[in-house]
Design a protein around this ligand. Structure first.
Ligand SMILES: Nc1ncnc2c1ncn2[C@@H]1O[C@H](COP(=O)(O)OP(=O)(O)OP(=O)(O)O)[C@@H](O)[C@H]1O
Ligand SMILES: [Mg+2]
Length: 283
């Protein structure tokens, strides 16, 4: 990767800005740094449409997400929620419209891999952790290799790398489970581990699909706390069906229906919207 910085000083300042300690002259740029977020907008989708065999899965959709926002996307089955995430991550190309990550990253001309490297991380509904590795090793594997200090010179993790993993272990409530095999975790803990793996990639924008699915009440409460914590350093979009969970996040909600935004606002406002009641909550 070619550094976009003209000087180490400039590079160091950018690292400090990201809250990262300046560690090494040889450290490579982290992926999110060339995304221009100065207007505090992370995601712009405008007039986006995509059809599958003539069926409009996304229909003239507009969506704007600000930096450090936690946005819930709800909507009945087939509303287009997963397709929306597929468009943002480059998995599906829209037939029409524009999609920008920050001011300067056109999502429609980059590959899935480039979009992930630029700082868009996604967690699918089903946890995909490595069951026969420890929690710690899962996080280590997920670590953004560009962020590793001297990755090819030293096989062992540096103390800074260890520290980054400890920070994530703490955030995802798995400190005491660091040496347990991921396969021995509860379903909820696996979901947290997968969120932790996303955090190791240092993504600015996190897309999280149904994090509360299959969790106990206690785990759901902790997940809500975790997402609130994450929005301090990231921008988070959550797709979720569990209305109690969405309410507990206390964040703006976008309701999708037939590929369009049906309503947007607080959960209270949404729940009293007759159109929403008709298509979704009244089901
Ligand atoms: N690759 C595809 N080929 C054909 N049709 C598709 C494809 N992907 C999605 N669709 C259709 O587009 C519509 C939107 O699907 P999508 O998966 O985005 O909905 P969703 O809101 O995620 O639903 P759910 O809550 O059930 O996950 C559905 O009618 C679906 O069948
Ligand atoms: Mg879906």
């Amino acid at each position: 990767m070619i550094s976009i910085y003209k000087s180490r000083e400039e590079y160091g300042k950018a690292l400090e800005y990201k809250g990262t300690k300046v560690r090494s002259f040889f450290e490579k740029p982290a992926p999110t740094r060339d995304i221009d977020l100065h207007k505090d907008m992370v995601l712009y989708l405008e007039d986006v449409s995509v059809s599958f065999d003539g069926f409009k899965a996304i229909d003239s959709l507009n969506l704007y997400i600000k930096k450090n926002e936690l946005r819930c996307i709800i909507g009945p089955n087939g509303a287009g929620k997963t397709t929306l995430m597929d468009i943002v991550t480059g998995k599906t190309r829209p037939d029409y419209g524009t999609a920008w990550f920050g001011q300067n990253f056109n999502l429609l001309i980059h590959s899935e891999d480039e979009i992930a490297r630029a700082g868009v991380g996604r967690k699918f509904q089903k946890p995909t952790v490595f069951e026969n590795l420890t929690v710690f090793d899962n996080l280590e594997l997920a670590m953004d290799s560009d962020k590793r200090v001297f990755p090819t010179l030293f096989a062992k993790l540096s103390s800074d790398d260890n520290y980054s993993i400890e920070i994530v272990l703490d955030k995802i409530n798995l400190i005491q489970f660091r040496n347990k095999f991921a396969g021995s975790l509860s379903h909820g803990q696996k979901q947290w581990l997968e969120i932790g793996m996303l955090l190791m990639q240092n993504s600015q924008l996190l897309l999280i699909d149904e994090p509360a699915a299959g969790m106990t009440h206690q785990e759901i409460d902790k997940t809500a706390e975790l997402l609130q914590l994450l929005r301090k350093e990231h921008t988070v979009i959550v797709v979720e069906h569990d209305m109690d969970f969405v309410r507990s996040l206390d964040s703006p909600v976008t309701v999708l229906h037939q590929g369009r935004v049906l309503a947007e606002g607080s959960m209270d406002k949404i729940q009293n919207n007759p159109k929403v009641v008709e298509v979704y909550l009244g089901e």
